[in-house]
Structure formats: structure tokens, C-alpha cells
Design a protein around this ligand. Structure first.
Ligand code: MOS
Length: 734
């Protein structure tokens, strides 16, 4: 029965969010709560020579100033802490660990006071002197120091030779800037001192159990000592995948002072940690005149910190999309005196596929082929890197449905050939691709005799709609109205879940709900059969459905009894089942989501102003659990893609190794006036191999391909190919 799955169900947490009833990490109250304010380093590299906190300590209301020289013990920085999302190599940053400065904006002290304003003021009274050291923050000037990191893609054939002999070639560098997540909610932690060394930590995070394990490791505690709770997240986009430093600082202060402490970063301080790393993407394509690809090479050079290697899969996506007998991919890192990058929505793909899809557009121009025709010519039915078929791949349908909705057949191919009054009009398209991942998740369901069920799991809902899809799947599986389902998430005491990321939580949590509901159903069937004089006495317990509050035989003429009656007669107030769902390992197929993105831009040539007037995104991502929240996911991704194409760029002043635009006035993101028509199409993609429900996940596919579609549209409008993102108006006026 699918009363809810697949429908546009409104968010079950919508009312709580719009009325303010939903509480975020920095909003939880505690007795005698203290407030911490971070003092951040103003040099990118060196040592703290002198740190004088005496004046700050004299400010009335200041309780303490924590520094590396004055803090409770922290576990050794190099101790093996297996962060679920930690980079493979390096030593995760610990705030206030020692006197080393590794990046500008690094926290060097935490002023703790009775109120936030006092802490903020006193922070200006902390005096610091540094021994500065030579530093480097510029990826482009340090490009020569790039060192290769291992990536999974094996070379196929001889790409270099194939490129040289190719009749038509295209080769270029695409430069993607560093970007910051800029979620509405600031990094925040309220560490509540429960006494006896125990803490309840309200943290802004995408994974409460990951933060719990991390804190236990750093502070040498047992799991029972620290509970981490994060019921709502005001946007994270990857920034909350790793435990961030404010959670360490709040916990450190609570441990030191045996009081509850809240630490909320300022918007400027948000730029002192995790970001999408700048990359220089070199793509070379070789083809025959008919558009058959013969060679693909993609090399990315990305920034990382000196203390951790952070690398994601920028290259290699061509192997998922386009047939080519020869290919070579490589990923290199340049260590700079900056904080470690972190995951940001579709890490790797958002940037790497942008470069690939711009390059494909340039190749189509060189071949005088329609860009869709080129992509269909090289369409790959198999993942070439492992030579595997897909569990499903309806990308052809994405091209067809997207093109039709957009009106692509009315496009005139020549650049500068389309107009709207004085504006140049450009139409561009690109392909998107992401992974369809799934992880072990456990869910507990408590069904009570009044026909209500509580579903609980440690998973987060980072705004993606997890509360809602969990409620939908549970309502269908238990045969109850959705109003009778309550969902509890994001508390480390609840059943096991990984961080919410990688677009894996929809499939993972939905199947965990199915597993626990299945156990409830079996239990009910067993009880129903056992009742004296039961109409269901001969029932096969595996052949029942829970529907409309009844246990019903799947046989159309079969009997049905009410769940409430069965529980009452069995003298049961509640049935509780907890189940860990593990997906069977299946290396026989590749799993991906796909999209075709079409964009229209209008360019005022005299001013260089670019408006994205229309975007059509046709997505194939298996079954869509909720077409309303799903559509919102894709729209959000498209808005991000518009930001990547035209606005977003973290700018560094390399003379000081400091970010210049560390606030949302100077760091541009799209605003309402930048966003026009966005049309989301979900292409039918049945997939009975990937998992029982055929779900693939939608959190990240929405952004991939969008910046390239817009860049390609800008070229079509103006005849100018801008390969350095974002495409700001000065680049068109050059
Ligand atoms: Mo996403 S970048 O895995 O939160």
C-alpha cells in the first residue's frame, strides 16, 4: 500500500519550523549558561609568541579565558580517531591544542563570560603576539608543487597517443574557486553540564553519533558520558559532516568550568573552517569528425591544508557518462597554509562535472554538432571504469524530456544568434551525475494499542526531509495515517545511523523503517493467529498487510482484524521492534543518479549583466519518495548551481593569507531577484535491483551540471567562453 510514498506529502516538521517551535543547537537553554566567544588568529602560519589574557579576565562578567596553555587535557592530535568522513591522511585539527598557527582564522582562545556581549567585548582585550613564518595560500602560484593522490580510476588504453591522433581536439583549464557553504544557521553548540562528568551536547551537525564518538575520543570519556542531540539543522550542505571546532570548544569549557557553555561562531568565523576547495581542472577530449570520442583526460589540481589531505572525486565522471576507448584521470593536491577543505554539496562532481561538461560543449562547437547529439553519440550504457552495467540509467529520457520541456528544438546553434530586445539570449545544456549510495541504518518502532507509532533513529534531517520520508514509509508499512506517526531523530541515544550526507539517507533510512515495520507486522500476525477463535488462525504470517489499522490477509477474500483489538486481547500496550538494515553487497552493477540540465540566460551586453531566466532540470533518481520535498531538493540544487556559475567565490588576499569577503555581504550568493523559472522533471526510473523501494537519493544530483549548463548558455549568448568561475560581468566586458 502506497498511500504516502511517492506523493507530494508536506513536511511533517513544517509547522514546528515556521512557528519557531523547532529548536536549533544554539537555542537550547540551561541553568547558569555561560557564553564562549572565539578569538581567532590573524596570521596564516607561525607560533603564538605571547598570549596575554589578563586584561580580558579583568572584564566584569568574564569567567575564564581558555587557551592552549590553560585548558583541560585533549587527546593527542595524532591519535587515531576514525572520523566517518575524515580524510585518509593527516591529523585532524584540534582547537587550542598548542601554540602552532596553521591557518588564518584559527581559534587561539575562548573567552567565557556570563553573557555573549561580555564575552565578545572581552575577546577584543586578549593580546597576542606571533612569530610569523613564511606562508603560501595561492593555488595557482604553487601549482608546480602539486602531488598526486591515489584515486580509484584506472587508465584505459593510451589516452595521450589517442589525443595526438584525434581529428578534433579540445583541451583547456577550467578554474573553480573555493566556495563556502554559508548555511543560515551558524556553527553552534550548547554543551549542557549534567553533573558527575556527564554532558548533553546540542550541536549543529549532520551526524550525532559521529560527534559523540569524536568527543569521547578527544576528551577520554565513555559513550554513556556524552549524549549528542541535534533535532534540527539550519542548512549544512556538508559543513556539518565533520565535528567542527566549536563543539570541541564548548565541551572543553564545560569540562573546565563544570558549567553549561554555549559557543556560536560569527558569520566571519564560519569562513575559518571547511569549504569547497579551489580546483584547476584540465580536460582534454579527442574525437573523430562524426563525434565519436576517442580520448578523455581529466586532471584536477586542488588545494588542501598542510595537516590533512582532502581529496574528492573530481575526475573520472566521464567514465560514467561517455564511451571512450582511451581515458586517463589524475588528482593532485597542493598543500597551503589554510584550513582543511571539506565536503560541500556533491563534492568533486559539482566542480569536476562542470569542467567536463563545459569541455563537451566546446567539443560540440568544434565538431559543429548539437550538444545533445554529441552526448547521445558517446552515451555509455556501462560504467567504463569497472565495466559494469547500471542498476538503472534513464539519462536518455532526461535529455529527451528536458529538451522537450525547454523547447530545445527552437535553438539556433550560432552564438549571438538569439535575442530578446536588446538582450542576447543563450541556451545551454549539460549532464549531471552523482552516486546512489546506501548505508547501514537502524530504526526502532514502538507501536501502541491506540494506533500510534513512534519511529526513532539517530539519523539527522539536515533540511532534506528525512522526518517526512521516514513518516511516509512508516505510515504505509504500518497501515496508519501519517498523523499517527511521530518521528524522533538525531539523538545519539537512538538506534545507529551514519552522518547524513552523500545523498544516502533517503534510501538508507527508508529501508531501515521497512525492516523494523516488517518485524512489527510479523509480531502482529503471530498474535492474531494465536487469539482464541481467530479468523486469522490459518494465516500465513508472511502474507499479511497492515492497512487502515487492520491486519489483513493478502488474499483478496481473506480476513482482516483490527490491530487495536489484537493488541488489547493479547494484553499488550506496546510492541517495540528495533532493526538494523544492511544492504546486500552487490558489486555487479554501478549505481548512479543522472540529470540533464537546460538553462536560458539573457545578457545585457553593455553592462555584462547575466540573468538566468529559465532552468529545466530533468532528473532520473529511481523512485522519488516525496515529490514535493524532492522537487525542493532539486530546486535548491539549481539555485546553488546558479551561484556556482555566476556569484560564489571565496577571495583570498594572498599578501596576508586572509579571506577578504568573509561575510554574506561580500560573498555573493543568489538572492530572490536572481532566481526565475525553475522546472523540475522527475523521469520515471524503475529500479528493482538497487533496493526494495528503488530509491536512489536526491540531495546532491540537483547541483551537478547546473553551472556548466549556464556557462554553456553564456557562450551561446555572447560567443565568449569563460573558463574561470564564477562568470562575473567583468569577464564578459574584457
Ligand atoms: Mo553532503 S556534501 O554529503 O552533506
Amino acid at each position: 500500500m502506497n498511500a504516502y510514498v511517492g506523493t507530494p506529502t508536506s513536511r511533517v516538521d513544517g509547522r514546528a519550523k515556521v512557528t519557531g517551535a523547532a529548536k536549533y543547537a544554539g537555542e537550547f537553554a540551561a541553568d547558569r549558561l555561560l557564553h564562549g566567544f572565539v578569538v581567532a588568529a590573524t596570521i596564516p602560519r607561525g607560533r603564538i609568541a605571547r598570549l596575554d589574557t589578563s586584561e580580558a579576565l579583568r572584564v566584569e562578567g568574564v569567567v575564564d579565558v581558555l587557551t592552549h596553555a590553560h585548558r583541560p587535557p585533549l587527546a593527542d592530535k595524532d591519535e587515531a580517531w576514525k572520523d566517518e568522513v575524515a580524510p585518509e591522511k593527516g591529523s585532524p585539527f584540534r582547537p587550542l591544542y598548542d601554540d602552532r598557527i596553521n591557518f588564518n582564522g584559527q581559534p587561539i582562545a575562548l573567552v567565557v563570560a556570563e553573557d555573549w556581549e561580555t564575552a565578545k567585548f572581552a575577546a577584543t582585550r586578549v593580546r597576542v603576539e606571533y612569530d610569523q613564518e613564511a606562508f603560501a595560500t595561492d593555488l595557482e602560484s604553487e601549482r608546480g608543487k602539486a602531488a598526486r593522490v591515489d584515486q580509484p580510476h584506472k587508465p584505459r588504453g593510451d589516452a595521450a597517443a589517442a589525443l595526438t591522433r584525434a581529428a578534433v581536439q579540445h583541451e583547456a583549464d577550467y578554474v573553480m574557486p573555493s566556495e563556502h557553504h554559508n548555511p543560515m544557521e551558524l556553527y553552534a553548540t550548547t554543551a549542557v553540564w549534567d553533573g558527575n562528568g556527564k554532558l548533553t551536547v546540542y550541536d549543529k551537525t549532520q551526524g550525532v553519533q559521529n560527534v559523540q564518538k569524536f568527543l569521547c575520543s578527544v576528551f577520554g570519556r565513555k559513550r554513556d558520558d556524552i549524549r549528542v542531540v541535534s533535532p534540527y539543522v539550519g542548512g549544512a550542505f556538508g559543513s556539518g559532516l565533520r565535528p567542527q571546532y566549536q563543539v570541541v570548544l564548548a565541551t572543553l569549557a564545560a569540562v573546565a568550568l563544570k558549567r553549561s557553555v554555549r559557543v556560536v561562531l560569527t558569520r566571519r568565523q564560519m569562513y575559518g573552517l571547511g569549504y569547497r576547495p579551489m580546483t584547476i581542472e584540465h580536460v582534454a577530449l579527442g574525437a573523430s569528425p562524426d563525434g565519436t570520442l576517442d580520448a578523455v583526460t581529466h586532471e584536477a589540481i586542488a588545494v588542501t591544508s598542510r595537516f590533512e589531505d582532502f581529496s574528492r572525486n573530481d575526475t573520472g565522471w566521464a567514465d560514467q557518462l561517455y564511451k571512450s576507448p582511451n581515458s586517463r584521470f589524475s588528482h593532485k593536491l597542493v598543500e597551503l597554509d589554510v584550513s582543511t577543505p571539506c565536503d560541500m554539496r556533491a563534492p568533486g562532481a559539482a566542480t569536476g562535472v562542470c569542467a567536463l561538461e563545459c569541455a563537451m560543449d566546446e567539443l560540440a562547437v568544434a565538431l559543429k554538432l548539437d550538444p545533445i547529439e554529441l552526448r547521445l553519440k558517446c552515451y555509455s550504457e556501462r560504467d567504463q571504469s569497472e565495466d559494469l552495467p547500471y542498476t538503472s540509467k534513464q539519462l536518455r529520457q532526461c535529455y529527451a524530456r528536458g529538451a522537450e520541456a525547454f523547447g530545445w528544438d527552437r535553438r539556433t546553434p550560432a552564438p549571438r544568434s538569439m535575442h530578446d530586445g536588446k538582450d542576447l539570449v543563450g541556451w545551454g545544456m549539460a549532464t549531471g551525475v552523482w552516486e546512489a549510495l546506501q548505508m547501514p541504518v537502524a530504526v526502532r518502532i514502538v507501536l501502541t494499542a491506540n494506533g500510534h507509532a513512534e519511529v526513532s533513529c539517530a539519523a539527522s534531517d539536515i533540511g532534506t526531509g528525512t522526518y517526512t520520508i521516514v513518516a511516509q514509509v512508516a505510515a504505509d508499512a504500518l497501515g496508519l495515517p501519517i498523523e499517527n506517526i511521530s518521528v524522533r531523530l538525531a539523538d545519539s541515544t537512538l538506534p545507529q545511523a551514519p552522518v547524513e550526507g552523500g545523498s544516502w539517507m533517503a534510501a538508507s533510512s527508508a529501508h531501515a523503517v521497512l525492516g523494523a515495520a516488517e518485524d512489527i507486522r510479523q509480531e502482529l500476525a503471530r498474535l492474531a493467529k494465536a487469539l482464541p477463535g481467530s479468523q486469522l488462525a490459518d494465516l500465513d504470517a508472511t502474507k499479511v498487510t497492515l492497512v487502515d489499522g487492520m491486519i489483513a490477509s493478502n488474499d483478496p477474500n481473506g480476513a482482516a482484524v483490527s490491530i487495536a483489538d489484537v493488541m488489547r486481547h493479547s494484553k499488550l500496550e506496546r510492541i517495540e521492534k528495533e532493526k538494523l538494515n544492511q544492504f546486500a553487497e552487490d558489486k555487479s552493477h554501478a549505481r548512479n543518479t543522472h540529470s540533464a540540465v537546460f538553462a536560458e540566460v539573457k545578457v545585457d551586453e553593455q553592462l555584462g549583466v547575466i540573468r538566468v531566466t529559465r532552468v529545466v532540470s530533468a532528473v532520473a533518481a529511481g523512485r522519488i519518495l516525496n515529490t514535493k520535498t524532492g522537487r525542493s531538493q532539486i530546486m535548491g540544487g539549481v539555485v546553488w548551481g546558479i551561484g556556482m556559475a555566476l556569484h560564489e567565490e571565496t577571495m583570498m588576499d594572498h599578501r596576508f593569507g586572509r579571506i577578504m569577503n568573509a561575510d554574506i555581504a561580500e560573498y555573493h550568493v543568489p538572492v530572490n531577484a536572481d532566481i526565475h523559472d525553475i522546472d523540475v522533471i522527475f523521469v520515471d526510473e524503475p529500479d528493482d535491483r538497487i533496493n526494495r523501494l528503488g530509491v536512489k537519493g536526491l540531495g546532491e544530483i540537483g547541483i551537478v551540471g547546473v553551472p556548466a549548463a549556464i556557462a554553456n548558455a553564456v557562450y551561446h549568448a555572447t560567443g565568449k567562453r569563460v573558463r574561470r568561475f564564477p562568470i562575473t560581468l567583468d569577464k564578459l566586458l574584457d
